[in-house]
Every structure is written in C-alpha cells, then in structure tokens.
Design a protein around this ligand. Structure first.
Ligand code: SF4
Length: 424
C-alpha cells in the first residue's frame, strides 16, 4: 500500500503562534481515563476543593467500586509550614495504603494552588517510595491548569513512569498511549495476525505487566499528545516509528504499515490481514461522509488530536478544514499527518481566544470543534459545534471505530439539518 500524498501537504505551512488566554480543561481530566486503564494505580491529587470538584464532576458519577483517585486537600492553614504539609501528605498516604493493599502504583498529582506549587512533590514521591517499596511505587506528575491542557495529564503521567521502567536489551514493540480496552484488544489482535511481537503497552493494566525499555525497543504512539513521553523514551535509547496516527481507515493502515515495515512483514501478508477490516472501515466512514463532504471545519486548540483528525476529515470524509488550532504542534509526532493534510487551512498553535473567536466568526465554518466553555456561546450564535472532550472519551482509534469517529462529526450536522427542516 502506498499513500496517496496531496500535491502539497502542510508540513512546511507557516504556523500562527498565539500565547494569549486559553480556554481548556486542566491535566487532572486525564485521570478520568487513566484510572480506568491502570487497575492497581491510585491517583492522589494534591490540590484544592476546586480540583476535588472537577474530578468528582468529571468522573465521580462513573465510579461503582471503590474509587482509584482522591484529593488530598491543602487548606490555608497548610501554608503555615511546608514541613507540616509534607507530614500531612505522608500521613494521608500511609492511611490510604493501609486501607487499600490493592494499590501498587501511587501517583501524587500536582495542581495549581500556590501552596501546592511550593511543595516538592518529586521529593515527596521519592521519600514515600523509599518508605513503601517494594509493594508500592510512588511517582509524581503535574495536572495543573497553569502548566497542562487536559490531554497533557496523560503525557505527564507516562513521562513520569519512563525513567523507572526496567531496562532490557530485547527487540520489542512498545505501543504508547492509553486506549480503551476493547480498542487495545483489536490492535493487539491485528499486530498478532501480522506476526509482530512481542508487543508491550504503556500504560500497562497492572504494574506486574510494566514494560521494559532499552536500545532495541521500538515504539509507536497511538496518541499525538505524548511529546514528553516520546522524549523520555528516546532518552532511554528507544527508537520512535514515525507514522500517521491510527484514526480512520487510512490512518490505521498507514500506522500498521509503518510498524509492519519495521518488523519486515511482507506486502502480501499485510494485504491479507488488513483487506477485510479496511473495507469495513471504508464502508462505515462512507455512510457519514455523505453528510460531511464539502462542509467547512474549524478547530479550536484543545485535545492535541486536531491535526490527525483534520487529516482524517479532509481525506476520508471530504471536509474542508479552514483553521486547525492545536495547543502544541510537535512536528516530530504529527509530521506524517501534516504531510497528508492538503494545504489550505491556517495552522495555529496555542491560543489567544478573543482573536481566534474573531477568525472563527469571519470564517463562518459549518462545524466548529472546541472545548465545552466555547461550545455554548458559539451555539447561541448559530454555529454548529462538536465538543473536543468527547473525542478522548469515545473509542475512536483503529479500523472498527472509524465509522464511529466520522459519526461524532456528522451527528451535529445532521441534527442541525433536522432542526432547520423542522423549523421550515
Ligand atoms: S489543577 Fe488547577 S485548573 Fe485543575 S481543577 Fe485544580 S485548580 Fe482548577
């Protein structure tokens, strides 16, 4: 299979860089999907009541068993002395671990309040690891809204794990990024049918399955927001397999092809394994492409999925992206997607929300992808919107989800058309 490259892609397109006010969730939001994925981990947010409310609102309603996240709330009085705050933290952790022997990995998650920023959570994690090893490993990362947008929480978490991964000399494929279990199983099945293995996954379901890393590790990313994790793995000697991200039929095929080439899989065998799921994915996408074709599209920066999604929507669904905004543009990671995205859209990195709202109003797109905070005001102005956060809470990767991914974008347009029809 060879990719049908556009006459000119977007890799060399100048990027509009904005560093103003932004409207996105903080990295704590990642805990909502990470705690489901890592079954013997606990996420202890060191934060304020606001952080506790965010987590409860975002995830609390979905918890039926004992939760695997919590908040150690720092009160004003804790400002009195950091030594006291550390003692309090140690006590909270000891209490938690005594009550919950199932916890094997504990993440101390930093947040915004200044009293938290002053605490050295890295040292706290080292101190607590020494106390609770070998049963529990304690790590730290930040989910602060000052430093992270919502998908960066996952990047910070995985990057924090990399230095402590065991070393190996084995030639192994490491797949990096949290996927819903059903999607991960499909991916592992496809790789197995291609004869690629052994396959390790970061993050693993349980700490006993933690992957090792070394100079013969090759890794493929399934999420485009893992810039720090990518850098941390390269520092451990692992080699990245650059590829478009596995969204849609084309993205999935290109991703698998890049991995298959690395492992010397023949063209014939690749075709034999992928032909049927490719056809299923194309058919499922086509059903939605009827609604999406020739519609214009505007991305506000939010999930960091924007560039691969713009590539999917432009090439497989016939949409016309006008602006593709992303919080950070890592060319090393999304370069292959930029090569495939036909030139035309403005690429913007970061945000100055008022300026971007002006550009969006002038462009008057058929569909605007944005965060929850912007969606309601834009809908009130008559624009059709898609909430970016749904893209990370819905299974959207690989062949069997390609139709659902297209459906996430066609549904609001269909709804709008129905409403218009009803009103007419
Ligand atoms: S980390 Fe910051 S932005 Fe996130 S909930 Fe806590 S205070 Fe708010």
């Amino acid at each position: 299979m060879s990719l049908d490259l556009p006459a000119k892609g977007c890799r060399e397109t100048p990027v509009l860089k904005e560093r103003g006010q932004r409207e996105v969730f903080c990295g704590l939001t990642s805990i909502v999907w990470l705690h489901r994925k890592m079954q013997d981990a606990f996420f202890l947010v060191v934060g304020s009541r606001t952080c506790a409310h965010l987590l409860q609102a975002a995830a609390g309603v979905m918890i039926f068993a004992e939760p695997r996240f919590g908040t150690a709330i720092l009160e004003e009085k804790d400002l009195a002395g950091l030594a006291d705050a550390n003692t309090e933290l140690d006590r909270e952790v000891a209490r938690l671990l005594e009550r919950r022997p199932d916890i094997r990995q504990l993440f101390l998650v930093g947040s915004c309040p200044s009293e938290v920023i002053k605490l050295d959570l890295h040292r706290a994690a080292e101190r607590l690891s020494a106390i609770h090893a070998p049963h529990v490993r304690v790590l730290n990362f930040t989910g602060s809204g000052i430093e992270t947008t919502f998908t960066q929480g996952e990047d910070a978490c995985l990057a924090a794990m990399v230095p402590s991964l065991p070393a190996t000399q084995a030639r192994e494929l490491l797949v990096v990024g949290a996927l819903p279990d059903v999607v991960e199983d499909q991916m592992v099945d496809l790789l197995a049918k291609l004869g690629i293995g052994p396959v390790r996954i970061l993050p693993a379901h349980r700490s006993a399955e933690t992957p090792a890393v070394g100079p013969n590790t090759v890794f493929a990313l399934v999420q485009p927001f893992l810039g720090d994790t990518h850098a941390a793995l390269v520092r451990r000697g692992a080699r990245h397999i650059p590829a478009p991200f596995p969204f849609g039929e084309e993205g999935t095929t290109a991703w698998l092809r890049a991995v298959a080439d690395e492992f010397g899989v023949s063209r014939d065998h690749f075709e034999a394994v992928t032909t049927a799921p490719r056809a299923r994915a194309q058919k499922a996408v086509a059903a939605h492409a009827e609604t999406l074709r020739d519609k214009t599209l505007f991305f506000f920066p939010d999930s960091q999925l924007e560039i691969p999604l713009a590539r999917f929507l432009a090439r497989e669904c016939g949409m016309r992206p006008l602006e593709v905004g992303t919080p950070y543009l890592h060319k090393e990671l999304v370069g292959p997607d930029l090569d495939l995205l036909p030139e035309g859209p403005v690429l913007s990195e970061g945000q100055d929300v008022e300026l971007q709202l002006d550009r969006q109003a002038a462009a008057a797109p058929d569909l605007t992808v944005c965060g929850l905070g912007l969606a309601n005001p834009l809908e009130a102005r008559g624009f059709t919107t898609k909430w970016a956060i749904e893209l990370v809470f819905t299974p959207v990767h690989f062949y069997e989800q390609a139709g659902d991914l297209a459906g996430l974008f066609s549904r609001p347009l269909r709804r709008k058309a129905l409403l218009k029809g009803g009103a007419a």
